[in-house]
Ligand binder design. Structure first.
Ligand code: PGA
Length: 254
């Protein structure tokens, strides 16, 4: 059985040490006894160190929201994956739709970052998802297939097993419009089908696929009940410890 994973993507919403510790102080005791859901918080770079220090020896893991694919050099403004490793960062979100759409990140770039993250032992939460016009044109599956082909190009089966995928329909991110559990499940099933064709059934059955896009305590359980949805990547609702905790609880499989 796949272990659900809940990621809290704070985006650029809370970035000081004190704000971060304040939230984690509330979350830590709430989730203390949860051992059957992986919990990852991804604050901005400026709060990574304090988040990692504060969650040492707990079941809360810390992730970055992005990284570069080179380890060092003249890349002003970029963050080396090696810096993340030395901080103790265990996860990194790659290819988020905001990176793809606002910062023009291509599948090719995401692929380079993905390979580097795997090589350095950071678990990449890799995002894929279609835009509203693509869904309205009935092209969502083609878009997803292309993103899988591009972002995961040249990844060996052994490395592929180290990845977490987040399916995030762009039209559902931060809009309050969640995909229905059936819509999400259909896409998750499709993603497994593509992975099965690319690798094999063992990989497609074992890889964890999160849903992302306006997850709230009120809709989380219905989404996570779907057979192919293994938790979620949560934006807005991950900023408050109580709402994130409610979402984490909804992911527990009894
Ligand atoms: P949202 O963001 O939950 O605020 O829609 C999800 C995401 O961007 O990962």
């Amino acid at each position: 059985m796949r272990k659900p994973i809940i990621g809290g993507n704070w985006k650029m919403n809370r970035g000081t040490s004190s704000q971060t510790v304040e939230m984690l102080k509330v979350l830590k005791p709430l989730v203390k006894k949860i051992d059957n859901v992986d919990i990852v918080i991804a604050p901005p770079f400026t709060a990574l160190e304090s988040a990692i220090d504060f969650t040492k020896k707990t079941n809360i893991k810390i992730g970055a929201q992005n990284m570069y694919f080179e380890e060092s050099g003249a890349f002003t403004g970029e963050i080396s994956p090696q810096f993340l490793v030395s901080l103790g960062c265990e996860y990194v979100i790659l290819g988020h739709s905001e990176r793809r759409n606002i910062f023009n990140e291509s599948d090719e770039l995401i692929n380079k970052k993905l390979k580097k993250a795997i090589a350095l032992g950071i678990c990449p939460i890799t995002c894929i998802g279609e835009q509203l016009d693509e869904r309205e044109a009935g092209k969502e599956k083609d878009v997803i297939r292309n993103q899988i082909e591009g972002s995961f190009k040249g990844i060996s089966q052994e490395d592929f097993e180290k990845i977490v995928i987040a399916y995030e329909p762009v039209w559902a991110i931060g809009t309050g419009k969640t995909a229905t559990p059936e819509q999400a499940e259909e896409m998750h099933q499709y993603i497994r089908e593509v992975i099965n064709q690319k690798y094999d059934e063992k990989v497609s059955n074992s890889i964890r696929i999160q849903y992302g896009g306006s997850i709230k305590p009120s809709n989380a359980r219905e989404l996570f009940k779907q057979e192919n949805i293994d938790g979620g990547l949560v934006g807005g609702a991950s900023l408050q410890a109580e709402s994130l905790y409610a979402i984490i609880k909804a992911a527990v499989r009894y």
